[in-house]
Design a protein around this ligand. Structure first.
Ligand SMILES: *[C@@H]1O[C@H](CO)[C@@H](O)[C@H](O)[C@H]1NC(C)=O
Ligand SMILES: *[C@@H]1O[C@H](CO)[C@@H](O)[C@H](O)[C@H]1NC(C)=O
Ligand SMILES: *[C@@H]1O[C@H](CO)[C@@H](O)[C@H](O)[C@H]1NC(C)=O
Ligand SMILES: *[C@@H]1O[C@H](CO)[C@@H](O)[C@H](O)[C@H]1NC(C)=O
Ligand SMILES: *[C@@H]1O[C@H](CO)[C@@H](O)[C@H](O)[C@H]1NC(C)=O
Ligand SMILES: *[C@@H]1O[C@H](CO)[C@@H](O)[C@H](O)[C@H]1NC(C)=O
Ligand SMILES: *[C@@H]1O[C@H](CO)[C@@H](O)[C@H](O)[C@H]1NC(C)=O
Ligand SMILES: *[C@@H]1O[C@H](CO)[C@@H](O)[C@H](O)[C@H]1NC(C)=O
Ligand SMILES: *[C@@H]1O[C@H](CO)[C@@H](O)[C@H](O)[C@H]1NC(C)=O
Ligand SMILES: *[C@@H]1O[C@H](CO)[C@@H](O)[C@H](O)[C@H]1NC(C)=O
Length: 332
């Protein structure tokens, strides 16, 4: 008889232990709907390396959940995935903030409503896959910070409306695809306080670079080489004074380089090779003391290199070969 209260207490203690176990494991335990979404995503891919078997998907490789058990990160680059990602089993993972599936062999196109499903997405890296088709019609939400769709087979134009909500976008890389139409320089006209990297290189963009880039006050890297661009070097780019790299090789741009280029005091890389630039190089070019790599190869420039370049002590490479109109110089 004396034993019973003790027994009760012991039972109570065990129950307490059981409850706290359930509670503590439930805090980060994944929702079963999220688990089945992940499994259905995995089932469309072939990958030997995924071991997604345990009950709590929040502890699976590549998965991060928030406190309520929603999957927020899916980071599985270089997993050897082959397969389609559409019609998307991922679309039910509505709390995703980070999606990195770069360096796999995913094929398919992105659903037109892709960014509507993932309206909390901050980081999207689908680079180095075999994705094709046009960009989704629905634009990314204001939470987006990084978009890397480079080295795929995407095509079509990039509508300027694509950026209409992207006020926190810092990096946009679509290089090495087959996009056509204009380079959407208007990207800077919407909201652009945070844009730092823009890479449009190795596509089939054509027409001139429309004004707008100068409004990207934080822009550090602008690449649009290896396209079909024509027209003049955009004047307002001289206003983007944070620029460290301008790379526009292998296009059909023409006109003279203005002495306003001296405003770009952070410039280290300037690649204007294989274009139709003409006139004389601005005498004040040497004011750009951070210049490291400069090439004007294969243009129509006249005259000699400005002597002020002698002042650029950081200069490692300077190329000025094969100017079709002017005299020939060879520096390397
Ligand atoms: C996604 O959610 C819908 C509606 O809740 C459901 O019908 C569908 O089966 C889910 N898909 C996956 C792959 O879980
Ligand atoms: C898969 O994961 C389970 C539990 O997480 C583990 O017991 C098992 O050894 C793993 N298998 C492989 C092949 O890694
Ligand atoms: C995606 O993952 C790869 C490999 O870890 C990494 O190099 C890359 O920076 C990641 N992408 C982003 C946008 O963080
Ligand atoms: C934009 O970024 C800032 C700073 O990182 C953050 O406070 C803000 O919530 C972000 N805005 C949106 C709409 O995500
Ligand atoms: C854009 O992506 C390509 C790979 O597809 C990479 O080589 C390049 O450096 C990236 N651009 C920037 C500005 O980081
Ligand atoms: C361009 O993309 C293809 C895949 O689409 C890739 O194999 C190749 O390495 C990429 N080139 C560069 C320079 O990144
Ligand atoms: C290149 O641009 C020119 C002039 O803008 C245009 O006529 C031509 O069709 C473009 N070529 C390709 C392959 O887009
Ligand atoms: C460059 O900036 C100056 C001063 O902010 C402004 O007056 C001028 O209109 C800008 N030029 C272009 C081409 O946007
Ligand atoms: C460049 O700098 C000069 C003075 O250094 C200034 O008058 C001009 O507005 C600046 N901006 C442009 C786009 O030339
Ligand atoms: C090089 O810089 C010095 C000091 O700033 C200046 O006096 C000189 O004129 C510059 N040389 C050239 C060729 O611009």
């Amino acid at each position: 008889m004396l034993v019973q209260p003790y027994n009760l207490m012991a039972h109570g203690f065990l129950l307490f232990l059981l409850f706290s176990y359930i509670i503590s494991t439930n805090i980060h335990a994944c929702k079963q709907t999220e688990r089945s979404s992940l499994l259905s995503f995995a089932s469309t891919l072939s990958s030997p390396s995924l071991n997604w078997t345990s009950l709590d998907c929040c502890h699976w490789k590549g998965i991060t959940c928030d406190q309520d058990g929603w999957v927020t990160r899916l980071l599985l680059p270089s997993e050897g995935f082959k397969g389609g990602i559409s019609p998307s089993s991922l679309r039910n993972l509505t709390h995703l903030t980070h999606l990195n599936l770069s360096h796999n062999s995913l094929y398919d196109s992105l659903e037109t409503q892709f960014f509507l499903f993932f309206n909390r997405l901050e980081i999207l890296d689908l680079s180095y896959n075999r994705l094709f088709g046009e960009l989704p019609l629905s634009p990314p939400s204001s939470s987006i910070r990084t978009i890397d769709l480079s080295s795929n087979h995407f095509f079509g134009a990039i509508p300027s409306s694509f950026f209409q909500q992207a006020s926190n976008l810092t990096s946009f890389n679509v290089s090495n695809n087959t996009f056509t139409g204009h380079v959407p320089s208007s990207i800077c006209l919407h909201y652009s306080p945070s844009l730092r990297l823009l890479d449009f290189s190795s596509n089939v963009f054509s027409g001139n670079l429309t004004p707008g880039l100068g409004k990207c006050s934080q822009l550090q890297v602008f690449r649009a080489g290896h396209n079909n661009l024509s027209g003049l070097f955009p004047e307002d780019i001289y206003n983007a004074t944070k620029l460290e790299e301008i790379a526009l090789p292998l296009n059909s741009l023409h006109g003279a380089i203005s002495d306003k280029i001296a405003n770009l005091t952070n410039l280290a890389i300037l690649d204007l090779s294989f274009n139709h630039f003409g006139g004389k190089l601005p005498l004040n070019l040497g004011k750009l003391s951070k210049l490291k790599f400069v090439t004007f190869d294969f243009n129509n420039l006249e005259g000699a290199l400005p002597p002020s370049l002698m002042n650029c002590t950081n200069l490692v490479e300077l190329h000025f070969r094969k100017q079709q109109l002017g005299r020939r110089y060879h520096h390397a």
